[in-house]
Ligand binder design. Structure first.
Ligand SMILES: Nc1ncnc2c1ncn2[C@@H]1O[C@H](COP(=O)(O)OP(=O)(O)OP(=O)(O)O)[C@@H](O)[C@H]1O
Ligand SMILES: O=C(O)C1=C[C@@H](O)[C@@H](O)[C@H](O)C1
Ligand SMILES: [Mg+2]
Length: 164
């Protein structure tokens, strides 16, 4: 069974939309960040503090491979598209839904969040990360939904007919 992968920047709503979408589609829900935390036995800030981003990316790639055949709605982490390996796994095992959100809305939603190490840095670095990733999300999306000023339920209703 194929997966539905939600991709997009931190704060685009992958986790919030994913759980509701999975209920509508009667599919299991997996939050890949939670899978990483469960497998590592450490929080995301702890993984970053102990082994840096590269350690986190290793856990993330392993977690993604472990869910490839689940037939689930999967909320990925914002950086899942950083490697070609992860992009290929998603391409061969499911449909990818990109939740596009303007940078200004992301700022509104996340404010100062200590649980996202790559958000917890200065404004110009956050913005550079957003701009670097934007074209990659777009290129790898099978379906794109803009989430600014939309509720979770509005987004779910918009996604549903596009993936059936
Ligand atoms: N459409 C929306 N409208 C308003 N607020 C939203 C919307 N989607 C998400 N949020 C809020 O933004 C915050 C981040 O949402 P969420 O955790 O679902 O993002 P995410 O894409 O899973 O982020 P990450 O990549 O860090 O896991 C939460 O406080 C959530 O309530
Ligand atoms: O955008 C990112 O690189 C990240 C997003 C989060 O979902 C987590 O996966 C982690 O904080 C890294
Ligand atoms: Mg999330």
């Amino acid at each position: 069974m194929v997966n539905i992968y939600l991709i997009g920047f931190m704060g685009s709503g992958k986790s919030s939309v994913g759980i509701v979408l999975s209920e509508h589609l009667k599919m299991p829900f997996i939050d890949l960040d939670q899978t990483i935390v469960d497998r590592a036995g450490k929080s995301i800030p702890e993984i970053f503090a102990e082994g840096g981003e590269s350690s986190f990316r290793e856990y993330e790639a392993e977690a993604l491979r472990s869910v490839e055949t689940e037939g689930a709605v999967i909320a990925t982490g914002g950086g899942i598209i950083e490697t070609m390996e992860n992009r290929s796994v998603m391409k061969r095992s499911g449909t990818t839904v990109y939740l596009h959100t303007d940078f200004a809305s992301i700022i509104e939603r996340l404010k100062e969040d200590p649980n996202r190490p790559l958000w917890n840095q200065d404004h110009s670095k956050r913005q550079a990360l957003y701009e670097k990733r934007l074209p990659i999300y777009k290129e790898w999306a099978d379906v794109t939904i803009t989430t600014n000023d939309r509720t979770i339920h509005e987004i779910v209703h918009q996604v549903e007919p596009l993936i059936k």
